[in-house]
Design a protein around this ligand. Structure first.
Ligand SMILES: Cc1cc2nc3c(=O)[nH]c(=O)nc-3n(C[C@H](O)[C@H](O)[C@H](O)COP(=O)(O)OP(=O)(O)OC[C@H]3O[C@@H](n4cnc5c(N)ncnc54)[C@H](O)[C@@H]3O)c2cc1C
Length: 327
């Protein structure tokens, strides 16, 4: 939808084919990083998205007794439930005269120009930015609203708590299935872990599962956007921002500048994701990361400030983090 809106800005008409009819939901942490927000702003949708969601200004990591908080030094992130985000984008499409056909899966058609936005799908090969076979589970809770997305590194995976409204947060669990109990017991098992780690929240509801989130290959086509182009492990929280960024770049005139930016975004988000994956697992590596960042919040701010929509992304990978850590 974002790609169609950018095409419309250039005076180009497009038709959207969406397989699902009716309100669209997705198991997702539901946090959009500042770089993604700046793209929504270009579409004139930032105000609407803030109205339907909740801004946040940084990220807080937790592991065992350690915690660290980093702040974006430019702009804000926005937490918004996927069905609300879909509603805002869909309304904007309809208002600007983009045709939306829902309820029928689309197949590649040689007779017309197309952009593939079908999301994550098996396509052979293995994307190093994704950890194999993780299960995504989302629930919604009421309770204390924080100004940050909270990420707890646990032995079984991670828990992400994203503010999405004045009293509502979205909770996403990314779990290694081998560490989960039998399917009949996982709901109370996860809720118990969540309550121990994040006391004070209530009304766990609206569970949704997406399984498994496995390794997938490199893009089938450069006409693809979002996860269909390049999927990053959800640990980076970059998926929706990358989807928006790639929609803008793919829809713009396909020149070398855009291609360079897209490749840069892919490698920046990719190296950032891989660094986070290397430090995840809830063990000593996660503790080390969180302890070091906690001791040096300005370093954390600096890392996050690299999600800079104005100047593009710099390399968010391990080497850069080490450089930042060194005096
Ligand atoms: C547990 C979890 C937590 C996450 N947390 C975050 C987070 O906090 N922040 C973040 O930015 N990202 C997060 N992500 C990643 C994010 O969900 C994805 O990167 C993002 O959804 C990608 O958007 P997309 O539009 O490319 O694909 P999708 O959201 O997968 O959308 C693809 C669309 O294509 C439609 N479709 C599929 N096939 C067809 C067809 N043949 N014809 C027509 N339509 C079709 C589908 O119905 C769907 O609407 C998370 C992911 C998981 C699993």
């Amino acid at each position: 939808m974002a790609a169609a809106l950018f095409l419309k800005k250039q005076g180009l008409a497009s038709v959207i084919h969406e397989a699902v009819a009716g309100p669209l939901d997705r198991v997702c942490g539901e946090g959009i990083l500042p770089v993604g927000v700046s793209i929504l702003d270009e579409l004139g949708l930032k105000g609407k998205v803030i109205e339907a969601g909740r801004p946040f200004s940084g990220i807080r990591y937790l592991c065992g007794k350690y915690h660290a908080e980093g702040r974006f030094d430019f702009g804000q992130g926005i937490g918004i439930s996927r069905h609300r985000l879909h509603h805002v984008l869909r309304e904007a499409c309809l208002l600007t005269g983009v045709e939306v056909i829902e309820g029928t899966p689309w197949r590649l058609d040689d007779s017309s120009a197309w952009i593939d936005a079908r999301g994550l799908r098996p396509r052979g090969g293995h994307d190093r930015s994704l950890r194999s076979s993780r299960v995504g589970i989302r629930m919604r809770v009421s309770g204390p609203i924080k100004d940050v997305v909270q990420v707890a590194f646990m032995s079984f995976g991670e828990i992400y708590v994203t503010p999405t409204g004045n009293d509502t947060s979205s909770v996403a669990f990314l779990v290694n299935p081998s560490k989960m109990p039998a399917p009949t017991a996982w709901r109370s098992w996860l809720t118990d872990h969540f309550r121990q780690r994040f006391p004070g929240y209530r009304d766990a509801r609206e569970y949704a599962v997406r399984a498994p989130i496995a390794g997938y290959g490199w893009p089938a086509s450069t006409n693809a956007v979002g996860d269909a182009l390049c999927a990053f492990d959800p640990i980076s929280g970059a998926g929706m921002s990358f989807a928006l960024m790639s929609a803008k770049l793919v829809a713009s005139k396909w020149g070398s500048y855009q291609k360079k930016q897209l490749t840069r975004a892919m490698s920046s988000f990719g190296s950032y994701t891989q660094t986070l994956l290397a430090f995840s697992g809830g063990g000593w590596r996660s503790k080390l990361l969180v302890r070091q960042l906690g001791k040096n919040p300005s370093m954390f701010d600096k890392m996050l400030s690299q999600y800079d929509g104005e100047h593009g992304l710099s390399d968010l990978g391990l080497m850069n983090w080490l450089k930042l850590a060194l005096p």
